[in-house]
Design a protein around this ligand. Structure first.
Ligand code: NFA
Length: 101
């Protein structure tokens, strides 16, 4: 019987890859009240009043603003949740996602 030789495990990959990140964007519109945008940012993205007001005003003035970055699943989940909260109140408020460069 030939001897069985156990070799040490081969290290195939040394890099730990991080998942690609996706941005959640807040899109401006002319109808959703500022206070409601701030409320949604606080509830869904756990911002305080100051952070939420700043992001809301940036979108208001520039047309859109990055809210935060997450993995794709989390970004899509939060954008959908935030947009759905606005739909329940019949506001056109929109959150979108896009891959980070
Ligand atoms: N432009 C809206 C208003 O003046 C406020 C708003 C800000 C809406 C950011 C959507 C996004 N009531």
């Amino acid at each position: 019987m030939p001897e069985t030789i156990t070799l040490p495990p081969v290290q195939l990959e040394t890099r730990t890859r991080r998942p690609p990140l996706h941005k959640v964007m807040l899109v401006n519109d002319d109808f959703t009240p500022r206070e409601f945008v701030v409320l949604v940012l606080k509830a869904v993205f756990r911002m305080d009043e100051g952070q939420a007001s700043k992001v809301m005003m940036t979108a208001h003035q520039r047309g859109a603003c990055v809210v935060a970055v997450f993995t794709r699943d989390v970004a899509e989940e939060k954008a959908t949740l935030a947009t759905d909260l606005a739909r329940k109140r019949e506001f056109p408020l929109l959150f979108t996602t896009e891959p980070e460069e």
